[in-house]
Ligand binder design. Structure first.
Ligand code: JB2
Length: 210
């Protein structure tokens, strides 16, 4: 067992990531999950919890993907996996359209049906979920998450760990702060600061992020 990707997390997000990896020709070698009960997730074995990672690395496995939806936890686990000598790979579904001038970091999920347009930059460990759209010249910080069918118009900036819920939309040139959440279906028409929850059409700040 010295090829294939090690996956951190064996929940719902991992299922979608596993199918993206396989669709792009990768194999999944092993999953580690906080619940180490031996089992399979879509045919991939759960081999233990995070304490199993050094042993997997010692077996020669070097590619890893953090399949955890929680932005802070994903960022923390990605940092730790790198310290353990793993390389964070991207999981890009073959149906995604990624501009040749877009710049992608490491450990990024780009799900089925996504479009990422010219000169956009996507930070490490971001999730661009199913059917999301990133138009030209956007800047997405590390460990942010664009929910399914959300959309950024051109020149949008998203801070680290920001989260857009399913179907949220952002008009051109807007900046959304780090750790800010936009609720499902929200339409963002002006800048949002760090660490807030904004909901509605147009999106209004309702307090601190949950
Ligand atoms: O520290 C951890 C850890 N904490 C939780 N290390 C490892 N290796 N695993 C951890 N987990 C595991 O992550 C839990 O035991 C559980 O199996 C999994 C989380 O699964 P869940 O289905 O609850 O969430 P998810 O992160 O896979 O998916 C969320 O985010 C996605 C983007 C959900 O909200 C999905 O609906 C969403 N699409």
């Amino acid at each position: 067992m010295s090829s294939g990707v090690v996956i951190i997390g064996g929940g719902g997000h991992a299922k979608v990531v596993i199918e993206s990896l396989r669709a792009s020709g990768e194999t999944v070698a092993a999953i580690v999950d906080a619940d180490p009960t031996p089992r399979e997730v879509l045919g991939a074995p759960v081999v233990g919890d995070d304490l199993a990672l050094p042993g997997l690395r010692a077996q020669g496995l070097s590619k890893l993907f953090v399949a955890i939806g929680d932005n802070r936890l994903r960022e923390k686990l990605g940092r730790r996996a790198r310290e353990q000598g793993f390389t964070l790979v991207n999981a890009i579904h073959p149906s995604a359209i990624v501009s040749p001038t877009a710049q992608l970091g490491e450990g990024i999920a780009v799900m089925a049906g996504v479009a990422i347009n010219a000169d956009s930059q996507i930070g490490d460990l971001a999730i661009i979920n199913t059917g999301a759209v990133v138009d030209h010249d956007c800047r997405l910080g590390a460990a942010c998450h664009l929910g399914p069918a959300s959309a950024l118009a051109g020149g949008v900036t998203l801070g680290e760990r920001a989260f857009l819920g399913v179907g949220a939309r952002v008009i051109p040139g807007v900046t959304i702060g780090a750790d800010t959440t936009v609720g499902a279906g929200g339409v963002v028409v002006r800048d949002l600061p760090d660490g807030v929850l904004a909901v509605g059409v147009p999106a209004q700040i309702k307090g601190d992020r949950p």
